[in-house]
Design a protein around this ligand. Structure first.
Ligand code: AMP
Ligand code: MG
Length: 413
């Protein structure tokens, strides 16, 4: 039996980032760039107006006052997307938000802040300034947001919609990213009734495969195949063989522990796979198995109990998927323990937990009742996992306890 940390080291030793290819902007969500991304331009790329109003030289308004208004002829208009006219000294140009500031002008008065004389068609002809206008007012200078060549995204992190906004704005159309990992799922158990099939008579409803397939689909993986097998060695062999073609990771659930019908460990042997570890010093989910089936296919044998499946996926399969996607390791969040937690010494404990702000707004974590690995109801109430490392037996109230959100890159709900 190995420790969780050693198991993670083994996973990282055999998981290499997948090949990469140029990926267009509209396919970047959930991908990780192979290299840092730099701004392809200055943004804004030209000085432009932050308001609808009038652009002019601030100097012209220096002597303006309520008793000594300065009248300025308006000799042009520029909308966003247009080339501006030359800024002639002593005159003004009507300007729209986002339009380039005419050369020679340096400030903008918002249309709401000044009286303008207009022709019958609405064209402004004259404005009257009753106070000096400071230079650079409502002007967005070139490169105020991004500079050409500036690093804007670090490789090894997932691109999310707000990053894609920045990439689009700075002229990036294509980014080299690792491809999505291909995952196949085999659910084992003669007792399982699939969705739509009545349970009873010793049958139970399959909870694991709907959980895994929905989780994986939301986690930037290609779920390439899903199979169901009874506890029959031939069926299991055939399914694993069929899945190993063109798949990066095969997941099984059930049949990995020490019972007579726990057929997964033997199946790996028979198929010539190399078991890298079987049984991890943790609770729940101890019987987890990790193997290399061939040089391109890794194998996780997850236990059958649904919470053991959730822990295996969250804390073993996801780190492996992150390596394949070229992502850096996930950092967990330190919070304050709300109520004492005791954990078996020598075992890492992954507890179904809730983290919520206390009356001072500090995040406090408490374990939920019902930690047994067959209890799904408490997982439904959870908003995170609390992690007690193997070297820690008890965490007292007020001490630090680390948590992982249920889904990576998510804040608590
Ligand atoms: P096993 O490791 O196959 O002995 O399964 C351990 C426990 O998990 C047993 O109580 C199984 O009935 C249960 N179990 C196995 N697979 C599933 C599944 N897909 N959905 C719900 N429970 C399962
Ligand atoms: Mg079973």
């Amino acid at each position: 039996m190995i420790s969780y940390q050693d198991a993670l080291r083994q996973i990282s030793a055999v998981c290499q980032p997948l090949e990469s290819s140029p990926t267009p902007l509209d396919e970047l969500l959930g991908r990780a760039p192979v290299e840092d991304v730099r701004s392809k331009m200055n943004v804004p790329s030209f000085a432009n107006s932050a308001m609808d109003g009038f652009a002019m030289s601030a100097a012209v308004t220096a002597r303006a006052g309520s008793d000594t208004p300065v009248e300025i002829p308006v000799t042009g208009v520029v909308a966003a997307g247009q080339e501006p006219p030359e800024g002639i000294k002593g005159q003004a140009v009507e300007i729209m938000t986002g339009a380039p500031i005419p050369a020679g002008y340096d400030t903008v008065i918002p249309v709401e802040r000044i009286e303008a004389k207009r022709d019958s068609d609405g064209t402004a002809t004259l404005i009257s300034c009753t106070e000096p206008v400071p230079p650079n007012q409502h002007v967005r200078e070139a490169s105020q947001d991004f500079r050409l060549g500036q690093k804007i995204f670090t490789h090894g992190h997932l691109l999310e919609p707000h990053h894609i906004m920045g990439l689009a704005a700075t002229g990036t159309d294509v980014v080299e990213t690792h491809r999505k990992p291909k995952v196949a799922l085999i659910t084992t158990g003669s007792e399982l009734a699939m969705s739509g099939v009545p349970s009873g008579g010793g049958l139970i409803r399959d909870a694991n495969s709907p959980y895994l397939s929905s989780f994986l689909t939301a986690t930037n993986t290609d779920l390439v195949r899903t199979d169901f097998v009874t506890d029959d060695p031939n069926e299991l062999h055939t399914a694993i063989k069929a899945c190993s073609d063109n798949t990066d990771i095969i997941l099984t659930t059930g049949g990995v522990s020490a019972g007579r019908f726990d057929l997964v460990p033997d199946a790996i042997k028979t198929l010539g796979g190399e078991t890298l570890f079987h049984k991890v010093a943790m609770r729940p989910g101890k019987p987890l198995l990790f193997a290399r089936l061939d040089k391109d296919t890794l194998f996780f044998g997850l236990p059958g109990n649904p919470i053991a499946v959730a822990v295996g996926l969250r804390f073993f399969v996801l780190p492996a998927l992150r390596h394949l996607q070229g992502l850096v390791a996930e950092q967990f969040l330190p919070t304050t323990c709300a109520e004492p937690v005791s954990s078996k010494p020598g075992m890492t404990f992954f507890g179904k937990a809730r983290t919520e702000p206390d009356e001072n707004g500090c995040l406090r974590t408490r374990l939920l009742p019902g930690q047994e690995s067959f209890k799904i109801n408490s997982l439904m109430q959870a908003n995170c996992w609390a992690i007690v490392p193997e070297g820690t037996a008890d965490v007292a109230a007020g001490e630090c306890i680390e948590i992982a959100p249920l889904y990576p890159n998510e804040f608590l709900r």
